[in-house]
Design a protein. Structure first.
Lengths: 243, 401
């Protein structure tokens, strides 16, 4: 009888130790990584944002564009009906002749006009500031495309094949840069930012604007930066340095 | 002999009626074919793209939606302002308004990227969106004008026609204000972003709606071999002239305001002078064909006696209205968004360039469906119901003007 009790006690202790040993690193790792669990909602404690240093952005470099296309399953074609979530824009000051190159994508506004005008609420702003399109309720009216001051949105004009399962897209819906939300939720940087780092230009910094210690907050504090069309008062999450 | 479904039995002219219905039906069948083709292959078959996101279907659809509320004006002048010659036309005005709105909305819905999700649009509302509010206004318009029609046509409910008529009048003003605001609320585009769009669309709706009403009324009179009384014709003619003149005035104010703002000069130069098809449609279509020429016809001394002249002027207003919608909707998008004021811009996404748009046959078919639908519904309605205006000529003598 006592043998049986001892056996059960020993088994329970061993089980607890095994469980502890196998689960602890996961819990610990999760704690370190601070990635969100799938069932956990996005929180307004964070606001994701980006600083782009146009002086470091490489002339003719398209690494960010290619990385975005690969990550999100875009064709990379540049016809009038093809989707482009990020593009390199070349600008030249009409008075001074100063030239810059810079990537432009959804600016993830705090007051996004696309969200204001969307009739069904498909265009929405997550609590952490990422502006997304709910593909389940987008009716394809394209009013958000009319309203976006940054020309950041694309309409899917034809059926799509071989999509990235993490980035569902669909014919007849509007889409745009998501800050690679699937990566951000794993506490990774957007694909364009990673590609820019790897290319050596290091023109893009991404992170939590609400965290004063984050690299992006520090960079924004240290350097003068501006929004595109700051006059519109949209308080974009993407800011530019050097223009 | 079987009795035809026809209100005036001796004037049924069934062969012609079925022929007209078949003609309208055939065009609408073409629209449905275009719709299913686009539904299967996507908008890749259209000329619309990521720069010109609203094209020809929207030109036709918005014209009809704006005109619909204007068609109801005839009834409103009767019910709200108590003018008897307009009261006689109230049932036709109400029914035609519903048919025109249904035609416009049909095109808008058939052009959606996901038309299968219409139920989503009807069940998910973002109340900050002027588009969502428009959906409520459109549905409400059907309900209120439907009630108004019942009150007009049922003798027992006749006393209610005035209060319901009032409601319909204010509702239609709100509806067109909201339709104009769809463009007025676009903050970043040089061609829009003006509060003037709301009242301007109300005025446009007066002109386009009355023009459609005039054409339909004339056809009904010709069909029934009747002549419109000169006094009635004169009043409608004057009213149309006032609305056309007011439309020109609002258009002038919009562009003169823009010309005063240095930041708008490039856009105005594009739209009024250098933009190719757009200045042509603006000056030739909207201003001359849709404004100046109808005014010349309407103010010509002989036009007071000629239903043909007034109908011709009304047809020109309709043509000019389509030109206006093309200039407003497509022209407004063709001019590039200015992301970096003071800079020249270039990119793979056509930044800084005037955007090209060549509508395809599919879009044309889709767009024409609105007119075809309105035509079929109107033809069937005026045959089955007593919508023929009956003027009491005692009312026409003397005091009313």
């Amino acid at each position: 009888m006592s043998d049986r009790r001892d056996f059960l006690k020993t088994s329970a202790k061993t089980g607890a130790v095994v469980a502890g040993v196998s689960l602890a690193p996961g819990v610990l790792f999760y704690g370190i990584a601070q990635g969100r669990a799938p069932e956990e909602a996005a929180s307004d404690k964070r606001r994701y944002g980006m600083l782009i240093d146009t002086t470091k952005c490489g002339d003719g470099c398209r690494e960010c564009v290619s990385a975005c296309n690969t990550e999100n399953g875009l064709s990379g074609k540049t016809g009038p009906q093809d989707s482009q979530w990020i593009r390199k824009v070349e600008i030249e000051n009409l008075q001074t002749g100063a030239q810059h190159e810079l990537p432009v994508m959804c600016q993830h506004c705090e007051n996004p006009p696309c969200v204001d005008v969307c009739p069904t609420g498909a265009s929405m702003r997550r609590a952490d500031g990422i502006v997304l399109v709910d593909r389940h309720i987008c009716i394809g009216c394209r009013y958000c495309m009319m309203a976006c001051p940054y020309k950041a949105r694309s309409f899917v004009h034809e059926p799509l094949h071989d999509q990235n399962p993490e980035v569902p897209r669909g014919k007849g819906c509007v889409e745009a840069c998501t800050f690679c939300v699937q990566r951000v939720d794993r506490d990774e940087s957007p694909a364009c930012v990673d590609a820019c780092q790897k290319s050596g230009h290091q023109a893009m910094v991404f992170g939590d604007l609400n965290d004063p210690a984050s690299a992006v907050s520090q960079a924004m504090k240290a350097h003068a930066s501006t929004e595109i069309r700051a006059d519109l008062g949209l308080h974009t999450a993407v800011r530019y340095q050097g223009i | 002999m079987t009795t035809e479904v026809c209100f005036i039995q001796e004037k049924c002219r069934s062969r012609q009626f079925w022929l007209l219905l078949a003609l309208g039906g055939l065009v609408f069948m073409g629209t449905l074919y275009a719709f299913f083709t686009l539904e299967h292959h996507g908008h890749v078959l259209t000329g619309m793209n990521n720069q010109i996101v609203w094209g020809l279907p929207h030109v036709f659809a918005v014209f009809l939606i704006v005109a619909a509320s204007g068609v109801l004006n005839v009834a409103s002048i009767g019910s709200v302002f108590g003018r008897k010659i307009y009261k006689a036309r109230a049932p036709l005005s109400g029914a035609l308004a519903l048919a025109v709105l249904a035609g416009g909305l049909a095109v808008l819905v058939l052009d959606l990227g996901r038309p299968d999700r219409l139920i989503v649009a009807m069940t998910h509302y973002n109340f900050k969106s002027i588009f969502a509010l428009n959906m409520i206004f459109y549905n409400g318009f059907f309900a209120i004008v439907g009630l108004y029609l019942v009150a007009l046509m049922d003798k027992k409910l006749k006393p209610y026609s005035r209060p319901v008529g009032f409601m319909a009048f204010f509702w239609r003003l709100a509806l067109t204000t909201a339709t104009g605001s769809i463009f007025g609320f676009l903050v970043a585009r040089a061609g829009y972003n003006s509060a003037l769009y709301a009242p301007m669309f109300v005025i446009y709706s007066f002109a386009y709606g009355l023009a459609i009403f005039c054409v339909v009324q004339s056809v009904m009179y010709w069909w029934n071999h009747r002549t419109l009384d000169e006094a009635v014709l004169r009043r409608i003619k004057h009213l149309l002239a006032i609305f056309v003149g007011a439309s020109l005035y609002f258009t002038a104010v919009l562009h003169l305001t823009n010309l005063y703002f240095a930041k708008q000069w490039d856009f105005e130069r594009f739209l009024l002078l250098e933009g190719g098809i757009y200045p042509l449609l603006f000056w030739g279509g909207q201003v001359f064909l849709g404004g100046v020429l109808p005014l010349l016809i309407l103010f010509h001394p002989d036009s007071a006696k000629s239903m043909l002249a007034v109908t011709l002027a009304a047809l020109l207003v309709i043509i000019g209205g389509h030109a206006q919608m093309y200039v407003t909707i497509v022209g407004g998008q063709a001019f590039p968004l200015d992301l970096f004021p003071g800079y020249a811009e270039a990119s793979s996404f056509f930044d800084g360039q005037v955007h090209a748009y060549s509508p395809s046959g599919w879009e044309m078919l889709l767009g024409m469906g609105g007119m075809a639908f309105t035509f079929v519904v109107t033809t069937a309605m005026v045959r089955a119901f007593n919508f023929m205006p009956e003027d009491d000529f005692k009312d026409l003598e003397g005091k009313e003007h």
